[in-house]
Ligand binder design. Structure first.
Ligand SMILES: CC(C)(COP(=O)(O)OP(=O)(O)OC[C@H]1O[C@@H](n2cnc3c(N)ncnc32)[C@H](O)[C@@H]1OP(=O)(O)O)[C@@H](O)C(=O)NCCC(=O)NCCS
Length: 165
């Protein structure tokens, strides 16, 4: 599903024209706090290339999010990830700071979960969240993900949530 809409957001398949918005998003230290820290423009370019290749290979991946009036609001997606050598599909989302606290993460998490389970027929989705990232944990819980376990990933304590079809 290249594009879809929620009540307040449009989601567009990631493409090269999104680079500048992603660079700005990843340079915000608050946004990047639980995402491994700020990323240089060069690192974000590699990130964009990697995630466009994911679309080509798997037919799904990251979307760029905009409000109905076309303002860039963030990025979100479904993506393959190896967790302890097991191939999983993770849900992810990051919003520009001015859009926090208005229910946008909950809205896009619910919509992408529906895309993943109902449209793509994936058997299960996981969310990997820093244990201290309360807003992200709550967004997953509201989308009916269940807490599965905690583990250490890249030196950080994370919790893994899962939802099954
Ligand atoms: C995490 C993030 C996506 C949340 O986005 P958001 O649009 O502000 O989230 P929502 O408004 O949908 O809020 C989700 C829930 O978390 C709650 N919440 C907010 N801050 C919280 C906190 N510190 N602790 C616990 N719950 C919190 C909200 O009240 C809401 O629950 P409610 O609807 O029951 O009131 C946003 O802060 C972000 O982009 N952060 C940077 C990137 C990131 O960390 N992404 C997730 C990586 S796993």
């Amino acid at each position: 599903m290249k594009n879809f809409r929620t009540n307040r957001l449009t989601a567009e398949r990631l493409n090269e024209s999104h680079l500048a918005d992603l660079v700005a998003l990843h340079l915000d230290a608050e946004v990047s706090r639980y995402l491994g820290g700020v990323r240089t423009p060069k690192v974000t370019k590699t990130y964009l290339d990697t995630n466009m290749a994911h679309w080509d290979q798997h037919g799904f991946g990251l979307w760029t999010l905009r409000t109905k009036d076309g303002v860039f609001a963030g990025r979100a997606g479904l993506r393959h990830i190896l967790v302890d050598d097991v191939d999983e599909i993770e849900i992810l989302y990051a919003l520009k700071r001015e859009f926090w606290g208005q229910g946008f993460a909950s809205e896009i998490a619910a919509a992408m979960t529906d895309v993943g389970l109902s449209h793509l027929k994936l058997p299960s989705l996981i969310g990997i969240v820093n244990v201290a990232n309360g807003a992200s944990r709550r967004a997953l819980e509201k989308a009916n993900y269940l807490l599965e376990r905690s583990t250490i990933r890249k030196g950080e304590e994370v919790v893994i949530y899962r939802i099954r079809r």
